[in-house]
Design a protein around this ligand. Sequence first.
Ligand SMILES: [Cu+2]
Length: 124
Amino acid sequence: MRNKTTIIAACAMFIVTIAVAAYARDTNAERAVQKADATQTAKVELTDNGFEPSSLKLKANVPAKVTFTRRTDAGCAKEVEMKDYKIKRDLPLNESVTIEFTPRKGEFTFACAMGMLKGKLIVE
Ligand SMILES: [Cu+2]
């Protein structure tokens, strides 16, 4: 009688251990997916002072959404260009324009079409 109880208890413990291990593995897998889906975001405004902020820090190899909004009609900058990524977008006044790209490691420039107003992209 005593032995039977011990065996049943041992079996129960074994099943619980397997269930916990399986649950932990699922949780880790879920976390990995979330990490892969993660997007980094940043906002830049174009004002009378130029690009604000004038430098952005992004993580390499993580998809990024950078939203530019032009808040001034003064000056020449009606668009933003990131030559290194072959990206060029019009910036209608007071309209948010989101640029999606995956940054590579390094330092890059975003600028108006004539390159008078500049901002720096620092990717680490
Ligand atoms: Cu310009």
